[in-house]
Design a protein around this ligand. Sequence first.
Ligand code: R5P
Length: 285
Amino acid sequence: MPVLVAGTNGVMALKVTKITGFPICYSQIDRYPDGEKYFRFACDVSGEDVIIFNSMHPNPDEILFETILIAETAYESGAESVSCVFPYFAYARNAESVRGEATPIHAIVKMLKNAGIKRICTVDFHLQKNVFGIEHTDISGMEKLAEYCLEEFSDSFTVIAPDEKAVYWAKKFAEKSDSEVIALRKIRIDAENVIIDPVKLVLGGDVVIVDDIVSTGGTVCQAARIAKKAGCRRVFAACTHAILAGDAMMRILESGIEGVVATDTILSPVSHVSVAETIAAALNF
Ligand code: R5P
């Protein structure tokens, strides 16, 4: 039976423990006065399959380093294998670069492989494919988000994908709600500003904007304005990872979006849906 190491999303690790019965291996992570990290296992992991739970938000660089440190320590302590659950995997949005620009995901993949990590589990991974070169299971929160929207927001709605990449998630979501999917086209100006093509749309009923990530809220807010202009009745938003950077929540409320729901991959005030069961089912050790 594997042992779980609760990292930055310890709540998720505990939820998964409750479902699977897999034990938690308590550990200590600290910082020395000079900023360096200290880590130790508080249990014996020799011969064990260790699963590290680390959601890469906030401070993804630090969390990545902690993951490597835990994995290395596990092997040094005689662990049989190390796997990682990254409920939210950062750095997947900058996977293409022009000459001279960094593509951090390439470096991250090398680091995880070098640390001997055998399996990775993610949730609605932005790149929508395995880039790790090791076993990778990507589970989705879309079905559960759709169930929540049907119960709490509206019993019938149109699903809007605010950009081309989001069509993939919007379709998964719409399968559950049996809704029509409308895809918009987005141009990103900078980290906080986007332009969405002002397509000609006519909408009558409710709308749910579906995306994998809500960070600054720029994307959902623009999409909401288009939906409102097209005559929709009420607008809601659903996403897997609620980063909600800065004043994102304020922007969202000001845009007229009446309800937002996210999963618990990142704990936020709108994380009303849990993907713990789906993660537990994917950990078929
Ligand atoms: C990017 O392609 C993602 O799927 C999201 O659309 C994006 O991360 C949302 O960011 P923001 O909330 O800052 O517009």
